[in-house]
Design a protein around this ligand. Structure first.
Ligand code: SF4
Length: 278
């Protein structure tokens, strides 16, 4: 049965907190080290999960932040999500809070996938972007832990003028680490990201073709967020050149999700938005 996206979202991103120990240049949440007042309490979070579990079909929950690991009640909430039968794809920040034990716990609690960010193919480029040295090494380590624990992984990369030349090197790392999906985000200039330099239209087009080339070369899936022209490029090139690729451009799901239509974002204080651009 086709889901009724006018009534129920398929993807629910919950900004569990805006606290995070990193200081990324593009941070949508303008994250800060300590939690801000007004975040949903444990009780309110549990109520939210129970309400989501009444939707048809049950949505996929994407706990995000800030850093979900900054919430002391994270595991309790994940346990409840699992009990309620909600599929969970978590996006922890890569900080010393993300340990092997935490990755193993995600797996035990039935988390479906862990997504972490990689915005450069070297410590210099990635750590420079994320604002804290050692983050690149820890990100690679976390991907290895997940692989060893049998937890599926996704890597998120933000495309800016500073990061786009790193894309081929990042793709190579993903293949080495057995990552399932590469989600490439095109910068929306909000939060701290408002200060970053965007690509020109010609460069965007070049990036789309590059991503399609990489989706032919490597086994992981390639998907874009806020980059709808990837669909046009992939479909055109498939028609023209044929052959196999791993570009995810919407076919097969039966529905096309977009902001507010199949997707909602719940802020740390509980407001519901059609997208994370708030
Ligand atoms: S890890 Fe995420 S929440 Fe933390 S500063 Fe970076 S972008 Fe913001």
């Amino acid at each position: 049965m086709k889901p009724d996206l006018h009534r129920f979202p398929l993807l629910v991103a919950w900004e569990m907190t805006r606290a995070c120990l990193l200081a990324c240049q593009h941070c949508r949440a303008s994250a800060v080290p300590d939690p801000l007042p007004g975040e949903l309490s444990t009780e309110e979070g549990l109520r939210l999960l129970r309400e989501l579990a009444t939707y048809t079909p049950k949505p996929i929950l994407l706990p995000t932040g800030g850093d979900p690991l900054a919430r002391p009640d994270l595991f309790l909430l994940l346990e409840e999500a699992g009990r309620l039968g909600l599929k969970v794809g978590i996006t922890p920040a890569v900080t010393p809070r993300l340990t092997r034990e935490v990755v193993a716990r995600f797996k035990t609690l039935g988390v479906h996938q862990m997504a972490i960010s990689l915005d450069g193919a070297s410590p210099e480029s990635h750590d420079g972007f994320r604002g804290v040295s050692g983050t690149f090494a820890l990100a690679l380590q976390a991907l290895s832990w997940a692989r060893e624990e049998g937890l599926m992984t996704q890597v998120n990369t933000t495309v800016t003028r500073r990061t786009w030349k790193e894309l081929p090197g990042i793709a190579e790392i993903l293949a080495e680490k057995g990552v399932a999906t590469w989600e490439v985000f095109f910068l929306v200039p909000v939060g701290r990201g408002a200060l970053l330099e965007q690509l020109s239209p010609e460069e965007y087009e070049e990036v789309m073709h590059l991503l399609f080339d990489l989706s032919r070369r490597y086994p992981f899936k390639v998907r874009t967020t806020e980059g709808p022209m990837f669909r046009r490029v992939a479909l055109e090139r498939r028609r023209r050149e044929g052959g196999e690729d791993n570009a995810l451009v919407g076919e097969g799901r039966g529905v096309h999700l977009s902001d507010g239509f199949g997707f909602v974002f719940i802020s740390s204080t509980g407001e519901v938005y059609p997208s994370g651009v708030v």
